[in-house]
Design a protein around this ligand. Structure first.
Ligand code: ZN
Length: 85
C-alpha cells in the first residue's frame, strides 16, 4: 500500500463517525403507508397515530415498526405496505 493510499484509508476511517452522526440527524420518514392487499379496506398506517392496539405508540415511523407487526385489518406483514404520497 502506498503512503497516499494509507492516508486515504485513514481519512475515510476518521470521516466515518461524522457520516454516522449525519444519519442520526436525518429526518424520520413520517409518511403514511397503505396496505396493498386487495381485500383490505385498505388500512393506512399513520405514524402520527401509531397502532396502539398492536403496541405501536403514536409517533413511530413505519421503518421503526417491528418486522413481526402485521396489518390490523387483513393480517398482511409490513412488506405488503407501500408509502403514500
Ligand atoms: Zn391490510
Amino acid at each position: 500500500m502506498t503512503d497516499l493510499a494509507r492516508r486515504t484509508v485513514l481519512a475515510g476511517l476518521a470521516a466515518a463517525p461524522l457520516s454516522l452522526s449525519a444519519d442520526g440527524a436525518r429526518a424520520q420518514d413520517m409518511r403514511r403507508y397503505i396496505c396493498t392487499t386487495p381485500d383490505c379496506r385498505p388500512y393506512i398506517y399513520n405514524p402520527a397515530d401509531g397502532d396502539p392496539d398492536s403496541g405501536i405508540p403514536p409517533g413511530t415511523s413505519f421503518a421503526d415498526i417491528p418486522d413481526d407487526w402485521y396489518c390490523p385489518v387483513c393480517g398482511s406483514t409490513k412488506t405488503s405496505f407501500i408509502p403514500l404520497g
